[in-house]
Design a protein around this ligand. Structure first.
Ligand SMILES: Nc1ncnc2c1ncn2[C@@H]1O[C@H](COP(=O)(O)OP(=O)(O)O)[C@@H](O)[C@H]1O
Ligand SMILES: [Mg+2]
Length: 393
C-alpha cells in the first residue's frame, strides 16, 4: 500500500432526478487491494422547477443550445452547493477534500449506435459543469465519466460494476449487486470472480414508472410511493402484470442499457391505457408497476444469470431498496437467495452510487482504467472522466 489515503467526495444524480446524493470516502491503495471507507453521506433535493426542467429535457422535448448551456452551468452550481453542504454536515473543511467525482445528470444516453446524419453514432450526455464545481469548492473535480468508454465502442454504462467488483466479490459466494434507481441495474459477481467474469446490465425500470404514476395520480402532490403505502392498498391484476412482463426489453440479451428514452412519458401513457383496459384503479396500477419492477429483475436473473452461475446473495441499493413491496417480492420470487439491503454490508442504500463515483474519480486521478469491458462492451480498458482542476490556491 504505497498511496496515502485521500478524502474523496462523490456526487450523483440518477435518472429519477430526485436530487443529489453525496458520499464522503477515505480511499487508499490500489486494486486489487484498494481500501475505501464510507465516512458519511447526505442528499439534497432539487428545487421543483429545476427537476421539472431536467425531466422535460431528459424526455427529449425541444431545447435550444442556449438553454442547455444554462442548465449545465446552473446544475454545476447545485452540485457544488451539495458538495459544500456535505462538507458542513461532515464538519470537514473543503480544503481537506482531495478530489470530487461528479457523475452529473444524464439527459441523454444512447448506448448502442444509431443512424445520425448518415453515420452510426453512439453518445451520452451528463451535465452539471465540473469547472463550476472545482471553482466553487476549490477541489479538483472529475466529471464526464462515460464518454471514454463509448469512444472505445462500449455503451458507456454501466460503470458501477468496477466498484461492485472491488467491494463485493466473494471467494465462496456468488453475488448480484442490484441498484434500484429510476432504472434497475444489476452486476453479477460469480464466486471468486476475476474482472472479466463480471457482467452487468439494466434489467428495466425500477422507480421510474412508480414515480410517474404517483405524480400523475396525485397531480404532483406526491413524487413517490413512500414505503409502498399506495401499492399496498392496490389489488393485484394478474392479466395486467402479464402484459407488462411481455415487454420486449426483458428478452433482449445483455449487454443492454435503458433509460427515460424508453420508460418515460410515452410509457406512462401506455401504462394508463393498460390500466383502463383492465379496469385497474390508480393504486392497482401503482402496485402492478411495483411488482413489475421486482419481477423484471427476477426474469433477468432466470434468463441471463442463473444458467451461467450460481447466485447466493442479492445486495440491494438505491432508493428502491427502501420499498418494502419490491424487497418482499424479490425475496419471495428468489428462493434460496438471500436478499440483503446494502446497509447490511456497510453501505447505506442511498449512498452507494455516490460512493461509487468517489472511487471511480480516485481511479481516474491515479490514471487507472475503471471500466469493465465485460460490462460495457468496450474494446478495452479506458481511463474514465475529464478533470477540472481547482483554481490555484
Ligand atoms: N422510503 C421509500 N419508499 C419507496 N420508494 C422510495 C423510498 N425512498 C426512495 N424511494 C424511491 O427511490 C427513488 C430515488 O432513488 P435513487 O436511488 O436516488 O434513484 P436515481 O439514482 O435514479 O436518482 C425515489 O424517486 C423513490 O421512487
Ligand atoms: Mg437519486
Amino acid at each position: 500500500m504505497n498511496e496515502k489515503p485521500m478524502l474523496v467526495l462523490g456526487t450523483m444524480s440518477g435518472t429519477s432526478a430526485d436530487g443529489i446524493d453525496v458520499a464522503l470516502a477515505r480511499i487508499s491503495g490500489a486494486p486489487p487491494n484498494l481500501n475505501a471507507k464510507l465516512l458519511g453521506h447526505t442528499s439534497v433535493k432539487f428545487p421543483p422547477v429545476l427537476r421539472k426542467e431536467i425531466l422535460r429535457v431528459a424526455e427529449q422535448h425541444p431545447i435550444t443550445a442556449g438553454t442547455l448551456s444554462q442548465l449545465n452551468f446552473r446544475l454545476g452550481e447545485l452540485f457544488a452547493d451539495a458538495a459544500l453542504a456535505a462538507c458542513r454536515k461532515f464538519r470537514i473543511a473543503p480544503k481537506k477534500i482531495a478530489l470530487i467525482g461528479s457523475h452529473g445528470q444524464t439527459i441523454f444516453h444512447q448506448g448502442k449506435p444509431i443512424n445520425y446524419l448518415g453515420h452510426t453514432t453512439t453518445s451520452t450526455l451528463q451535465i452539471g459543469e465540473s469547472a463550476i464545481i472545482a471553482a466553487r469548492t476549490g477541489v479538483t473535480t472529475v466529471g464526464d465519466f462515460r464518454p471514454a468508454d463509448i469512444a472505445l465502442g462500449g455503451q458507456g454504462a454501466p460503470l458501477v460494476p468496477y466498484v461492485d467488483y472491488l467491494l463485493y466479490r466473494h471467494p465462496k459466494l456468488g453475488r448480484v449487486s442490484l441498484n434500484l434507481g429510476g432504472i434497475a441495474n444489476l452486476t453479477v459477481l460469480p464466486r471468486a470472480a476475476k474482472p472479466h467474469q463480471v457482467f452487468a446490465f439494466d434489467t428495466g425500470p425500477a422507480n421510474m414508472l412508480i414515480d410517474a404514476l404517483v405524480s400523475h395520480f396525485t397531480h404532483g402532490r406526491l413524487r413517490f410511493d413512500e414505503n409502498a403505502r399506495l401499492a399496498s392498498q392496490g389489488r393485484s391484476v394478474p392479466a395486467l402484470l402479464d402484459d407488462l412482463l411481455r415487454d420486449p426489453y426483458l428478452k433482449l440479451a445483455p449487454p443492454k442499457s435503458t433509460g427515460r428514452e424508453c420508460y418515460g412519458h410515452a410509457y406512462l401513457k401506455k401504462l394508463l391505457a393498460l390500466g383502463r383496459r383492465y379496469r385497474a384503479k390508480p393504486n392497482d396500477l401503482i402496485r402492478a408497476a411495483t411488482i413489475f419492477t421486482a419481477l423484471s429483475v427476477v426474469d433477468a436473473l432466470n434468463r441471463f444469470v442463473a444458467p451461467k452461475t450460481k447466485i447466493h446473495q442479492f445486495i440491494v441499493s438505491g432508493g428502491g431498496a427502501h420499498n418494502p413491496l419490491i424487497l418482499a417480492q424479490l425475496s419471495a420470487a428468489l428462493p434460496g437467495i438471500e436478499v440483503l439491503p446494502s446497509s447490511r454490508l456497510g453501505i447505506p442504500e442511498s449512498a452507494k452510487e455516490a460512493f461509487a463515483f468517489a472511487l471511480l474519480a480516485y481511479e481516474t486521478f491515479h490514471q487507472r482504467p475503471a471500466n469493465l469491458p465485460s460490462a460495457t462492451g468496450a474494446r478495452g480498458p479506458a481511463i474514465l472522466g475529464k478533470i477540472s482542476y481547482a483554481p490555484p490556491r
